[in-house]
Design a protein around this ligand. Sequence first.
Ligand code: NAI
Length: 322
Amino acid sequence: QSTPKKIAVTGAAGQICYSLLFRLANGDLYGKSQPIELRLLDLPQAQDAVRGVVMELEDCAFPLLHNIVMTDDPRQAFEGVDAAFLVGSRPRSKGMERRDLLAANAEIFKVQGRAINEVAGRRAKILVVGNPANTNASILIANAPDFNPRQVSSMIRLDHNRALTQLARKAACGVGDIDKLVVWGNHSPTMFADWTYATAAGRPLSETIADDHWYKEVLIPEIARRGTAIIEARGASSAASAANAAIDQMRDWMHGTDGRWTSMAVISQGQYGIPEGLVCGVPVMCEDDDYSVVEGLDLDGFQKSKLDKTIEELVGERDALS
Ligand code: NAI
């Protein structure tokens, strides 16, 4: 049997991980013949809770789960890893200013970036889920100078998946029929779910649906506030769907998209006027363990204004920290 793949997961005691870890152990990322080792990182005060999760993982008797390591030390967690899901982050507490939240998370991702720089496998893929995810990923990249920044992305797939379902419903097609949907920008209410290039079974979705009012006034704002709607309904933020999206994004990145588009937030090289160094949601295709940004799309005035707004927010987050 092959050597276990080492997967680090931070925020292991939290609610997203309560779904993510069991999916990983079930083989949902690497498939049913690849054993894995889980490296669970959380804060010292969360170790008892992590121990409980470990007991439950053990009680599932997952055949692929060869080893579990619990730690509060990032270097131990990331040593030689093949993949890392950075889910743990500092939530906003009462009365906390946005800038303080950004700074508290910047500190976490600085420390973890340094540890990844020193000890992670050079081909490891790092997916940042913890919010503010895009800016956390930029901080991580800035603190990992010897680590390829293309091996780091932040999660925009939940927003992409949310939009897929709403579009498929409206067009009365299957989610799997839809290609070329793009979610641009920050994982925040400024994100832009863009149907301009989207097709279902080869036909433009904007023609099939033919309802520009629905697109601009219902779809785009509903995707942007879906997270809030879930908190209102469930009394807690999205967890299982976030874990699912994290696996979807990582799996496509590793195993490819078969010529189809998906959305990933990756480091900008200046495409579409996105300042270099920002981590921003863009259309990508994945092949051979790598992504390529879909380039050369013409953006109209509406698209440009939406993209500018979300870029402006990312620049604001960067500037608030410097
Ligand atoms: P949670 O609060 O249930 O769990 C967070 C865990 O992270 C806790 O166990 C905490 O102890 C741990 N943690 C905090 N600082 C840490 C550090 N320095 N190192 C390791 N662990 C640390 O939160 P939940 O619901 O699991 O969400 C996690 C994050 O994911 C949040 O920031 C949330 O906003 C974000 N999120 C992002 C989404 C996206 O689409 N990018 C979607 C949904 C959630």
